[in-house]
Structure formats: C-alpha cells, structure tokens
Design a protein around this ligand. Sequence first.
Ligand SMILES: [Zn+2]
Length: 426
Amino acid sequence: MPVIRECYAALPETPVYPTEQGGRTHNKILMGTWAGVVEDNGGERVKVSTAGRDGWVYRDALKDQMDLKVFFVDVGQGDGLLLESPGLRMLVDGGPNQQLLRYLKGYQYRYLLGNPGFIQFDLMVVSHFDADHYKGLTAVLNDPLCRVDSLIHNGIARFSTRRASRPAGHDTDLGQRRDDHLVTSFSDIDDARALLAGGGLQRTFEQFLRAAVNAHSEGRLGAMRRVDHRTGRLLQQQGLSVDILGPVTEDIAGSTGFRWLGGSSHTRNGHSVVLRVDYKRPATQGHTLLLGGDLNHEAQTLLMAHYHPDNPFRVDVCKACHHGSADFSVGFLQQVLPYATVISSGDNESYAHPRAEALGCAGRYSRGEQPLVFSTELARSVSSGGDVLYGMINCRSDGRTLMFSQMKERNSGADIWDSYVVQRQD
Ligand SMILES: [Zn+2]
C-alpha cells in the first residue's frame, strides 16, 4: 500500500494493534520511529507501515516530526554511533568490524537501497585513528552504496611503529614531535594523498586513507578536514547544533600542535574529537549529549583547564570515554554530571572494560535520584547469534521527553523493549 502521510511514533513505546478496532497489541515502536500512514478511514486509529509488524495506531500517538534519535550500535570493543535528527544523518566512529555497516544496510536504511539506491550521510566523524573507532568506517567508505558529504577527524595520523619505515623527521608513530608537542598538517584529501605517496603508514590507517581518497574520486565523499576546539560550532539546523570542544590544540611555530600526553597511545586517545550535541535548546528545555571518544585522565584535565571557569561539558547524556576504562578524572565526571551514561565495549577482551570503578563513578557522578548507566555488553544477547539489534542502546528525545531503550533478550509477544524515561530534576 502506498504511504499517504509520513509520521513518527509520539509515545515512548507506541502500541500497534492488529485491527482498526484494536485487539491485543502486536508491536510496540519507540518514540521517533518512522510510521508511514497507509490507510486512514477518519477513525481514532490509522494503519501504518513501520518497524516490525505493521498495524493500527491511535492517531494522537503519531506526530509529523522525527526528532532526535541516537543509536549506540553494538560494535563489540569499540564505538559506533548513528545520530539522526530532522535533515541530518551522522556517524560518529564505526567500530573495529562490519557490525555498523551491517546494521545500516541490513536494518536502518535497507529501504533506501531500492530507491534511491544509496545511503547518504551528511557527516562522518572519526574521533581518533584507533582501529576500534575507525576500521568499520573504512568499510562504509568502501561501500559503493554509501555516500558521505563531509568527513572530520582529529588530524593525528598513524605511521609505522618501526622508525626505519617512517618518513624522515617522523620521530614517533604519530608524526613529528617538537619538545612536548606533536605537530601535524594532516587535514584534507590532498593531505591524505600526500601521506599515501610518502609511505610508512600504519596498515589499517593506510587502508582508511585509500578508502577516503577512492570515495572522493568516485564522488561518494565530499570533503574531509581536521577539526579542533577552534572549529567551534560545526553545524546548526532544525533545532540541532553540534559543537567541537576538543581536541584543544596549540600553535607551534605555524603548525598545529597537540600536547604530548606521555605516550603514543595516550596522546592519540587523549586528543579525540569531543562533540557536544544540543537538541531543541533553549526553545523547550531540550537535551544535550557529549561524545568524547577515548579521552583519558590527562586529556580531561587539559580540557577542563582550557575552558575554566566555564563548563561546556555539563550534559544530559554522556558516552563513557574509552569504553569504561579506569583512566578518567573524577573532576571531569563531576563537570559532566549526566542523567544517563552509555558504555560501549566488548566481550572477550583483555582490558576488562567496563572497569568496576568506571561503572561506580558513572552512577555516583550523575544527576537525579536514579541515574542510568547503560552498557552494550549487558544489552547484548549471547543467544541472538550476533544480531546487531541486541546490544544497541537507543536514545530518543523530542526536546521534552528523553528516553532510552534496549531490546529484551527474550520477548513475550509485543513486549520487546526495556525502556526508561529520564525524570529531569533541574
Ligand atoms: Zn577505543
């Protein structure tokens, strides 16, 4: 049946009934889920095509606007996130594998593959070049069905760990170091081409750059560039704004410098791109989200000092930095003080993520009587055969209601969601 009207679910869990008269609920769709009206007889319910089983929904349980949807996709040990808001599709990191791409093509945007025949993303963000954050994005860039308008990253490249293999002057595997700073000039597609020509790159990073350059040549990638705290507001549209809070860089003799944070791994993690997302503020109270890649203790201290006495880190929802590692600053958590924290991490890894003190502090340094701490590892189902719908943490906001949901490991009929509505207390 053709869709008469595009609508979206308005209730945290909107019931879908088998007949126009009602009957026993046979599906529930989360707030903001697309529901295309296919039959409207003027009654109190209309028939919709939607996620899961189609059926009849109360007319007043539907709305015209999609609002904000954040999907923390379970990519195992890594981060992979999809953010949708009216007129915007954005990926922030892509995990170490093809899980994100599987989700995008197999579920979320399967309907686009027939018509128009491709999936368009407005923005792709690489928080930093560690495989658990960007290797899955190489798969997206290599996929002929995916297009990306703009790709942003932190500008810290990866070179061979063997000094003899690296280009001249590259005294670390992240590039040139001057005193206690790493300096870089890596930003756009031309820089990517130059890096590929210069050789000596770390293999996974080389594959990513090649994918970006190829996608650009084939017209599937618009622009690529480095961002930092000076970028400020990255975009603003239809109630949503994205600001770049980090990395904080310095001008070192005409080059961009990153404070050396004690080691290669600490330096590249600590200078992750830090995004703050604001939705429908201040029109309604709105909601805010902080995504900080793999920030560590030193980096959080540096960020707080840079912004002092301001605190742009206070948000409603926070992705736990570095998969729930123990390398965090309590002072930073006290500044963020979210209602809900989402931890993205894997099983069968040697880091023991999420660490017990990270879980404890996520709860302790939160707002509200009943703070929420979500974990992709807890949401995952071992019996689902790796189905990417399990393990995903869904976050939705219409500017007034902020909700989270994860799929139950076992459903009974239409009762498939484990949902939470945040009670605002400020
Ligand atoms: Zn990581």
